[in-house]
Design a protein. Structure first.
Length: 166
């Protein structure tokens, strides 16, 4: 009975963790597809979540920090990096946008996941919409980032060339 309760608790935990933001880069995600459960169009890897929840967090943290965990940079992490960059460099970034280029805009373009060839287009597009980025009353960081994403998404070249906008 005790084993059945333990198994039930583990399965419940696995289902709960199934939609976690970090899914896709844990030790258990390397389990072959034959052991995954197909649900709709997605594959659910309950075993992945069980092994991930029982794997040493120290080992996992080291793997994440050393970039050996197999985790890609997702949209959530990219957005956090963009927000932090804006908080720290807002004035310099807006100055680069108004000039039509510069190292802060180039760095921010990389955080947006833009190809190098798309950087001039990003510069031109943001410079053309500078009035939306610099209203009389300064925007909160998240609102400024949302405007940058909206402006960038409206440009067909940037929409295809930048992975982390919106």
């Amino acid at each position: 009975m005790k084993q059945l309760l333990t198994l039930s608790a583990l399965l419940t935990l696995a289902v709960f963790l199934q939609n976690s933001a970090m899914a896709g880069c844990k030790l258990g995600d390397f389990i072959p597809k034959e052991f995954q459960i197909k649900r709709g169009h997605e594959r659910s890897n309950i075993i992945s979540h069980i092994t991930s929840s029982t794997t040493s967090s120290v080992t996992y943290a080291f793997a994440r920090m050393s970039s050996t965990s197999g985790c890609g940079k997702g949209r959530g992490r990219a957005k956090l990096e963009q927000e932090y960059f804006l908080q720290q460099n807002r004035i310099y970034l807006l100055a680069d946008i108004s000039r039509g280029g510069g190292e802060y805009l180039s760095s921010f373009s990389q955080l947006l996941g833009c190809h190098n060839a798309a950087q001039p287009q990003l510069s031109h597009t943001l410079q053309g919409n500078l009035i939306q980025l610099m209203p009389e009353k300064p925007l909160p960081t998240d609102s400024l980032l949302n405007r940058i994403h909206t402006i960038s998404n409206s440009d067909p070249v940037l929409n295809k060339s930048c992975r982390y906008i919106g």
